[in-house]
Write a new protein. Structure first.
Length: 399
């Protein structure tokens, strides 16, 4: 492996990372600062948060809080419903150790896996440029990454960018993202590499974890597309390389994941985020999510923004426990899952469902109501046929 020189023309930053203040963006930023609290610094968005937004695009509450840079973990603690999840120290260390193994010897094994899955035949690359991406601050690193990508594309050679820094505009502010790696192909194609510590058993991994990795990778693809738009000959691949441990060993294996669908969903969600001023405009005057406020004030502020809770939120959102408690107290069927919520149509509470099943409410012509009443009748019939407990022989009572 060889290292590319750090010299060259000044970094060219994509238009989306250059922020020119306009009256509209200035007013939006002031409004978002008021929402999170005048003395509270904005909580930075990362790829995991953006991917979680794409997984639940209908939740205005999360869209507003993330767009405003509110620290949802601190907010949940102030509300009395702290998030009880997170990555263990053991899992974190195991993940770092596996990533170091994959990238050892200048990424030789990583490049072998990539060439095997996406190389298109021939021998694995022997000479691979490994640019130095060191710079001051995230903005400097993002500019240095853009320069390295441009230089590698112009060189028509293989290049491996280890932990590059990408910038993506979210609600008028830059979000800095750090993928595990990006590989530049000799033909100018850029491939995102995601390294995860969950196992791939018999060439198959947990579908939920692969889906989360795909959504996260789609965020990186969108950020790379901003740079590729101003880089001649560059093209961002929509097929990412997912590297995981093979079976129950610590040996790496890889699979190709197509993220075009996740990219489209994430792009739509980011478009919604750029219009969060519409959500903010509908809030009562004086609304703030400053953790220094009283729990009563914070509860009122949070409840003033509509949420779409689902059990999947428990693994992705710090406010999930608060939203779950509210959904349960209101008897909302969404607490039972998206599939149940979809099957019940216009019946949004458990009370309405039970009343419709009992024949007390609901239109009999409604297919959902008819199905509920049929299910209730079948249940009652089955319970009537269940025999009671048999008496002991001789009529004696066991004690």
């Amino acid at each position: 492996m060889s290292e590319s020189p750090a010299s060259g023309p000044p970094p060219q930053t994509p238009p989306t990372t250059q922020h020119r203040a306009t009256p509209q963006t200035t007013a939006l930023r002031q409004r978002l600062a008021e929402l999170r609290g005048p003395a509270v610094a904005p909580h930075p968005l990362d790829a995991r948060a953006l991917a979680a937004l794409a997984a639940n695009p209908g939740c205005k509450r999360r869209a507003l809080l993330d767009g405003a840079g509110v620290d949802k973990a601190a907010l949940a603690t102030a509300l009395g419903s702290p998030a009880a999840f997170g990555q263990s120290q053991f899992a974190f260390m195991r993940g770092n150790a596996f990533e170091a193994k994959v990238k050892a010897d200048g990424g030789t094994e990583l490049m072998r896996l990539l060439h095997e899955r996406l190389g298109g035949g021939g021998e694995a690359p022997r000479e691979v440029l490994v640019p130095d991406l060191t710079a001051a601050g995230p903005e400097g690193r993002a500019a240095r990454t853009a320069l390295a990508l441009r230089e590698a594309t112009e060189a028509d050679s293989w290049a491996l960018l280890d932990h590059p820094m990408l910038a993506l505009e979210v609600a008028g502010s830059p979000a800095y993202l750090e993928p595990d790696a990006v590989v530049v192909h000799p033909d100018g194609r850029w491939t995102v590499v995601e390294i995860k510590s969950f196992p791939m058993i018999d060439s198959s991994a947990d579908a939920a974890k692969v889906g989360a990795a795909a959504r996260q990778s789609a965020v990186y693809v969108l950020a790379l597309e901003r740079i590729a738009a101003v880089t001649q000959g560059a093209e961002v691949g929509h097929r990412v390389l997912l590297v995981c441990p093979r079976d129950f060993s610590n040996l790496p294996t890889a699979s190709v994941v197509d993220v075009r669908k996740q990219r489209a969903v994430t792009r739509r969600q980011l478009t919604r985020l750029t219009r969060i001023e519409e959500i903010a405009a509908a809030l009562p005057e004086g609304t703030t999510f400053d953790p220094e406020c009283s729990p009563q004030e914070l509860t009122a502020a949070v409840e003033s923004v509509a949420a779409v809770y689902a059990p999947e939120c428990l693994a992705a959102c710090e406010l999930a426990f608060h939203c779950r408690a509210k959904a349960r107290s209101a008897g909302a069927v969404q607490a039972l899952g998206r599939s149940v919520r979809g099957e019940l149509g216009g019946l949004t509470t458990v009370t309405e469902v039970l009343a419709a099943a009992a024949g007390k409410e609901g239109d009999p012509a409604d297919p959902t109501v008819a199905a509920l009443r049929r299910a209730a009748a079948l249940r009652a019939e089955a319970l009537e046929r269940v025999p009671g407990p048999a008496a002991p022989e001789g009529g004696a009572v066991c004690r």
